[in-house]
Ligand binder design. Structure first.
Ligand code: ADP
Length: 161
């Protein structure tokens, strides 16, 4: 069974990585699919986000990283994936995620959304939190993979110089 883990991953955090690692134990293959959304203005380009995720998941042999535009269910069908993997942190995630799961079900009856609950230590962690801390020079190395911390610090150093 192939599972797609779709998201913005701007940038990938240790919370995302934890979901990928645990998902990889449940499914034969995981495709981490970076959504290229022209309406959003991400910190990192789609290509950079794919590169960051590839680097920090290279130890996982059944994980592939890709990007996509359009409907997630269309992308899943194209790759013969039966599952959309999503993570849940807090109650507010649940409302949004449930609505999305129901919507996707109306678009594709055969694709199931599977939720993994966050590991407690990452329940507060989001990409936006990381960016906010880094912007003011705070520590983020306990929140994101090493290669991502390096990229973020570089970004803020360059943009402030
Ligand atoms: P979105 O897809 O809404 O743009 P993200 O790219 O940040 O959001 O997240 C992709 C998926 O990972 C979502 O299902 C989100 O709830 C989940 N996720 C984000 N951060 C964490 C975390 N710290 N622990 C578990 N799941 C998470």
């Amino acid at each position: 069974m192939i599972a797609i883990y779709p998201g913005s991953f701007d940038p990938i955090t240790l919370g995302h990585l934890d979901i990928i690692e645990r998902g990889g134990k449940l499914f034969e293959h995981i495709i981490v699919a970076v959504l290229c959304n022209p309406n959003k203005h991400p910190l990192f380009s789609t290509e950079k986000r794919v590169e960051q995720i590839r680097e920090c998941t290279q130890h996982l042999t059944n994980v592939r990283v890709d990007s996509f535009t359009g409907l997630t269910v269309d992308y899943a069908r194209l790759h013969s994936a039966g599952v959309l993997l999503r993570g849940l942190r807090v109650l507010s995630d649940f409302e949004k995620e449930l609505q999305m799961a129901h919507t996707n079900k109306t678009l594709s009856e055969e694709i199931e959304t599977v939720f993994l609950a966050t590991t407690t230590e990452y329940s507060f962690l989001s990409s936006s939190t990381v960016k906010e801390i880094a912007q003011f020079g705070g520590p983020i190395s306990h929140l994101v993979p090493g290669n991502v911390a390096r990229d973020i610090y570089w970004y803020y150093r360059e943009s402030q110089s």
